[in-house]
Design a protein. Structure first.
Length: 140
C-alpha cells in the first residue's frame, strides 16, 4: 500500500513545522491519534528520535525517525508482524506566507499485502484526518 495526501495551509511553514515536530501534541489536532509518547524526551525531536503512538482501532506502535531535514521534512518507520510502515511529512513554502504539506504512508514486507487488505482503508482515512486536522489547527 502506498498513499499520499497534500493540503494547502494558510499558515507559515515555521508554524506548521513546529506543530508537526511537537508529536506529543498530535492528539490535540487529529482524531486519528489517541496518544503519543516520546521515548527520548531528553533530546530535541530529530533523527533517531522514537515515539510510541496509539491510534483508534490499531495496536500501539513505536516509530523511529529515519530522515530529518529541519523545517522541511521528516520520515519515520515502524515494523511489526512482517510489515514495515514508512510515514513521511513534508512542508513546502507557498506565496503569501502559506504552506503545502504532503503526508505519505507506504507499507512493505512479506505481509504488506495483508495489512493493506485489513487496515489499508483505515490507514488512508487516518492520513486524511491528520492533514485536515493539521490545517484546522494551524489556521486558527
Amino acid at each position: 500500500m502506498q498513499f499520499e495526501r497534500g493540503i494547502d495551509i494558510a499558515a507559515p511553514p515555521a508554524k506548521v513545522w513546529a506543530t508537526l515536530v511537537d508529536v506529543e501534541s498530535w492528539p490535540l489536532w487529529s482524531e486519528s491519534v489517541d496518544k503519543v509518547e516520546r521515548l527520548d524526551k531528553s533530546q530535541p525531536f530529530g533523527l533517531n528520535s522514537e515515539a510510541r503512538i496509539q491510534q483508534p482501532k490499531m495496536p500501539a506502535l513505536t516509530w523511529h525517525v529515519v530522515e530529518f531535514s529541519p523545517g522541511v521534512s521528516f520520515a519515520w518507520t515502524s515494523t511489526t508482524r512482517g510489515v514495515t510502515t514508512w510515514a513521511s511529512h513534508a512542508i513546502e513554502s507557498l506565496a503569501g506566507g502559506r504552506s503545502r504539506v504532503t503526508l505519505g504512508i507506504r507499507q512493505t514486507g512479506p505481509f504488506a499485502w495483508l495489512a493493506s487488505l485489513v487496515v489499508g482503508k483505515q490507514s488512508r482515512r487516518y492520513v486524511d484526518m491528520e492533514a485536515e486536522g493539521l490545517k484546522k489547527f494551524c489556521e486558527r
